[in-house]
Design a protein. Sequence first.
Length: 245
Amino acid sequence: MEDRNSMYSEKYDNKKEQESKEERAQKNEEIKETGSMSLVDDKRKHKIELLTIIGEIEGHEVASSSAKTTKYEHLLPKLAEVENNDDIDGVLILLNTLGGDVEAGLAIAEMIASISKPTVSLVLGGSHSIGGPLAVAADYSFIVPSGTMVVHPVRSSGMFIGVYQSYKNMLRTQDRITTFLSSHSKITKERVEELMLDSSQLVKDVGTMLEGAEAVKEGLIDSVGGMKDALRKLHELIDIRSKIW
């Protein structure tokens, strides 16, 4: 009888170990494919979805195979799952991007802004160009001291001014970006436009680069901070939401 119990116990342990391996493999694959994973706080019992926006924002056209990209067709379903899944309490978004497809970036930003769960963003390295709306779309935003934000006019194939109709369309797109930035941060639309058209900072280009503290001073980002600050703030927002709900 003892041998049989020992055998069953061994089988159970082997099964649990196999399930654990499969779980880890699935998690690693998810990180590899979508740059996302779930974080569980054992003390607070909060489940947080971690999303990364890294490299170039890839839109309707496929980027070079050698480029590090974030695909919006991966992020949009993930964000929809976050909103629909009652087990997920909040979202932490890590950003290090030079920008990319404007329409794809705005779509992701609008999706983040529309989520009812608490969201916190953390700019690591940089959040340039269309990365700006992605950073400010969260309920609260952080940037590390060495992080940068670049604000510049909308371009088409590397050129700012093309034929008149293209120019008008770019101005309308630019207006959508400046409106989004001012609506989701403390900076005014007029100030965003001033920073976009500054000709004294970027070589052979117009625009402005803001480092960590400067981005906060301009009102674009809420606070200078790192990972511990972002997680602490997100847990705080989750606690506030749970009391209201």
